[in-house]
Design a protein around this ligand. Sequence first.
Ligand code: NAI
Ligand code: MG
Length: 353
Amino acid sequence: MRTHRIAAIPGDGIGTEVVAAGIEVLQELARVDGTFELAFEHLPWGSRYYRERGTYIPEGGLERLRAFDAIYFGAVGSLDVPDHVSLWGLRLPICQGFDQYANVRPARVLPGLKSPLVNGGDIDWVIIRENTEGEYSGSGGRVHRGLPDEVATETSVFTRRGAERIHRFAFELASRRPAKHLTLVTKSNAQRHGMVLWDEVFFAVANDYPDVRWDRELVDAVTTRMVLKPKSLDVLVASNLHADILSDLAAALAGSLGVAPTANLNPERAFPSMFEPIHGSAFDIVGKGIANPIGTFWSGAMMLEHLGESAAAARLLAAIERTTASADMTPDLGGKGTTASVTRAVCDALRSA
Ligand code: NAI
Ligand code: MG
């Protein structure tokens, strides 16, 4: 029997609710599949842990995490810790430390769900986000703190190596999809150094993929294209900040932030990759039992795919789709369902498939 060792980091807020639901569904899937098992280890790293110990990741934590085959993550963010402290305390050290440079974010309107767009059924996108540098490199500083002349800089970092590997990843992914189309998202008209390098490297990489059609769009213009001509887009590659924003828009256009999954991949597999819903801790609904777990389930399917369990991943996706098509969904999708009822429905669908 194949065993996959997975670190579960539920984190904060509804992260703990949806990851518990995700583990329940994944264990049910492993049971009905019968050819592999999932050994989850729970790591309590989050804002409570931080308040008690002054750190999100304990000494030696990343080394320990490195031994796992994958990481199943919830969310991090708490009302009593500044967001930049929590994000840089837990999620970003893992993405950067494990060189998870390819952040893959599919967006599609699942059966039974409603897009706010009239032509929302046309949405079938994968947004590829550069995940280790760009605007979120962490480079910058503040001087003259608190004084009237205070200055803060936030420097975007674009490297040839970083741009090349993410563009290549995007072309590879695009070449495996039926539409074989890739859109370069940029802002090289206004940002004339880093973004120009970003574009130039893309054009060079494109030469290696003659079977992929591509175009280039400024990030502001691409938002209108997402809304007005969703069918004209297939795979999009964008910088860390741009893709962060575009993928929230994509999730809303696909029905809800609660259904959107993401994979933070280290494609070379030198380090474990991390799978999580794209949403955050959702303070407004925490503890109510109504967090939509679909994005976490879908992220679980992406994790299985990465672990080589393609059949199980497809089976889970099919069960998710049968559930969204027929079960009462959570209130973010206009239903009266709960995290528990949706989880039960997916487990039932897995058993009856
Ligand atoms: P958020 O994603 O937590 O919530 C935005 C809105 O979407 C809220 O109204 C929330 O109720 C709703 N929502 C999100 N997920 C849902 C789900 N599964 N089911 C139903 N409704 C859902 O984003 P927000 O409010 O900007 O951030 C809250 C905290 O989360 C902050 O501390 C932020 O830094 C953190 N955050 C963490 C992320 C991560 O760990 N990857 C990503 C985004 C935010
Ligand atoms: Mg975001």
